[in-house]
Design a protein around this ligand. Structure first.
Ligand code: NDP
Ligand code: MG
Ligand code: MG
Length: 329
């Protein structure tokens, strides 16, 4: 589908963090009229202004918008929706999410006159922007929760196209499928699984008496090469590039580490996501002021692999440490 056949709604982006900034910049460069909604005086307001956007309060920003993208952290979306969006959005406007959590688990029940859609880039915001700037895109999945206007799908396609997602791939999904697979992916594999695997590998080597610096290079630094090969050509390409010895070790030892018991625990993680246990716990943790979240985070930040890594990365002068720190999944 070419861009010209798609609608061109005026857009209010509420939130200017990882996704918000990337969406706002890409959509503006794709020719959309974009306004940014933020609470006054917050840390990202100046950034949006420096990028040339008109910044209003969320309540003001959404008043004239045909489409409102909710790109604040998931845990504040309910409050933002109830206080600023629901009372101020135009009749028949479109409400867009980049993750289906609040709608899928019933924390937000959108007004009946609205179209409610999802466009979720399968990558962090910084990558959504970077890929767009070099003429490529991050694949996006989209879904329709409520199609009051009969035009909801066209709006989702227009938004995803404006993000650059159509250059990579667009796949239709549901709020349920996006929410549950996104949570599973980040918990079991991308963030949780990968960081725990790296930490465990580092600990085993250091406890066995090897130098922490060498353990760092071996289990963390070199992971980039492997992930880049996965990205370019899947496991096939990785196997083409590593030595025969590495391949044989992969075949005999990989399944010893990630065995059926790991898969069983992955199924348990998935079940907690599907039946709402994970989200209930997360909402309770957030409402209690994040006591465990802070504890877990502190423990990760103090792990020996972080201390060793900070020292070693100082020598990697090509690393762009000025880039946005926040690139969560
Ligand atoms: P961020 O944590 O980066 O969002 C921060 C932004 O939200 C800031 O501009 C902040 O403004 C604003 N904000 C925070 N609280 C409020 C509030 N009460 N009222 C108004 N604005 C507020 O979010 P992400 O970009 O990580 O996530 C946004 C959505 O995208 C989520 O639904 C997430 O699940 C989804 N998503 C995220 C991905 C990612 O890579 N991070 C990937 C795909 C989807 P201030 O300066 O005032 O603090
Ligand atoms: Mg090696
Ligand atoms: Mg996510």
């Amino acid at each position: 589908m070419t861009q010209s056949t798609l609608p061109k709604p005026s857009i209010a982006i509420v939130g200017y963090g990882s996704q918000g900034r990337a969406h706002a910049l890409n959509l503006r460069d794709s020719g959309f009229d974009v306004t940014v909604g933020l609470r006054p005086g917050g840390p990202t307001e100046a950034k949006a202004q420096a990028d040339g956007f008109t910044v209003k309060t969320p309540a003001e920003a959404v008043k004239d918008a045909d489409l409102v993208a909710v790109l604040t952290p998931d845990m504040v979306q309910r409050k933002v929706y109830e206080e600023a969006l629901a009372p101020n959005m135009k009749q028949g406007a479109c409400l867009l999410f980049a993750h289906g959590l609040n709608v899928h688990y019933g924390m937000i029940a959108p007004r009946e006159d609205l179209d409610v859609i999802l466009v979720a880039p399968k990558g962090p915001g910084a990558l959504v922007r970077r890929e767009y700037e070099i003429g490529r895109g991050v694949p996006c999945i989209y879904a329709i929760h409520q199609d009051k206007s009969g035009n909801a799908k066209q709006l989702a396609l227009a938004y995803a196209d404006g993000l650059g997602g159509a250059r990579a791939n667009l796949i239709e999904t549901t709020f349920k499928e996006e929410t549950e697979t996104d949570l599973f992916g980040e918990q079991a594999v991308l963030c949780g699984g990968a960081s725990s695997l790296v930490q465990a590998g580092f600990e085993v080597l250091v406890e066995a008496g090897y130098q922490p610096e060498i353990a760092y290079y071996e289990v963390l630094h070199e992971l980039k090469l492997i992930v880049d090969l996965f990205y370019e050509g899947g496991i096939t390409r990785m196997l083409e590039f590593v030595s025969e010895t590495a391949q044989y070790g992969d075949y005999v030892s990989g399944p010893r580490v990630i065995d059926e018991s790991v898969k069983q625990r992955m199924r348990e993680v998935l079940k907690d996501i599907q039946d709402g246990t994970f989200t209930r716990n997360w909402v309770a943790e957030y409402e209690a002021g994040l006591p465990n979240y802070r504890k877990y985070k502190q423990a990760d930040l103090e792990h020996q692999i972080e201390q060793v890594g900070r020292k070693l990365r100082e020598k990697m002068v090509w690393l762009d440490n000025s880039r946005d720190q926040k690139e969560a999944a």
